[in-house]
Design a protein around this ligand. Structure first.
Ligand code: Q0N
Length: 287
């Protein structure tokens, strides 16, 4: 990083820097969070896996929607991106009943105003994927909002475009991943507007940090599903009697190695490229 680079934001495990008026640098660290706490132990190459996957999906979906990717840096963990006017909503698409969607359904029979059939079980596939926008809560959790609230935030016409784009993207990626052994239960995008007023996909896309990835071969509705990437970490943490507040525990080396292997496996199943080739030349995911 040059000394004139300004830090403009950070997430739990990623950082955003301004390169100039038009460009940002989005950098993924190797930090991992579980139960909403960032752990003191890193997963080597996790940031590279997520950056590579995100770039892979940007390349594959560019005919569906424009995206902010300009360049992938040789470090494999950072993307140079176009600076956009970000929409003030999180665009969530759910294809399966999990997380807050399952909670809301159990309480009310609907999810964010989408009425659903009776009798669905936890982790069931929905009849059709649904768009369930949320607000970007500055602290803590995103909050689900109604379509009316989302329309107030971005405008009714823009919201229709955002919903259609989100559903198209999810449909494409979920079908692609399912053929390769990964169910994308749900996903979250951030969209922005470029200077000409066009909708552009930003942030990261279809990574295991922005989506729920489930191993297809273990899929069994009626219970919570194992996480493709974080299950070893969760299982280990559950053996400790940790109260799930900060600070989290250090991870032993076999949990680190097993978790790293899962991230690499997800990358290789989806990108169909050996991860070592990505490390040699990150641009392979763009071709
Ligand atoms: C932007 N965020 C929130 C990384 C992710 N292309 C863009 N143009 C303008 N602003 C943003 C982007 C993007 N992407 C997105 N904040 C600004 C998500 N961040 C939080 C910090 O870590």
């Amino acid at each position: 990083m040059s000394e004139t680079t300004t830090h403009v934001g950070s997430g739990k495990v990623r950082e955003l820097y301004a390169l100039d008026d038009d460009r940002l640098l989005l950098m993924a660290s190797d930090r991992i969070s579980t139960f909403d706490v960032v752990l003191p132990t890193e997963i080597p190459d996790k940031g590279r896996v997520l950056t590579g996957l995100s770039a892979f999906w940007f390349a594959r979906t560019r005919d569906l929607v424009e995206n902010h990717l300009l360049e992938i840096r040789p470090d494999g963990r950072s993307l140079e991106c176009r600076r956009l006017e970000m929409l003030p909503i999180e665009c969530v698409v759910r294809g399966y009943l999990a997380g807050s969607g399952w909670k809301d359904y159990r309480a009310s029979g609907e999810v964010c105003g989408h009425p659903l059939p009776e009798g669905l079980s936890e982790s069931d596939r929905l009849p059709e994927p649904i768009f369930t926008p949320a607000t970007k809560a500055a602290t803590g959790h995103d909050e689900n909002i109604t379509r009316e609230q989302a329309a107030e935030l971005v405008g009714a016409d823009r919201l229709r475009e955002v919903e259609a784009t989100s559903l198209t993207l999810y449909g494409f990626a979920a079908a692609y991943a399912a053929e390769r052994g990964i169910l994308i239960a749900d996903t979250k995008f951030e969209l922005g507007i470029d200077r000409t007023g066009r909708l552009v996909l930003a942030d990261e896309a279809f990574t295991p940090d922005s989506s729920r990835f489930w191993p297809a071969d273990q899929y069994e509705p009626g219970r919570p599903q194992p996480s493709y990437d974080k299950q070893f970490v969760r299982d280990y943490c559950e053996t400790l009697g940790w109260d799930k507040t900060d600070p989290g525990p250090e991870l032993p080396e076999e949990v680190v190695a097993g978790t790293r292997a899962r991230y690499v496996e997800a990358f290789e199943l989806l990108a169909e490229i050996p991860f070592d080739r990505y490390l040699d030349d990150p641009e392979v995911v763009l071709r």
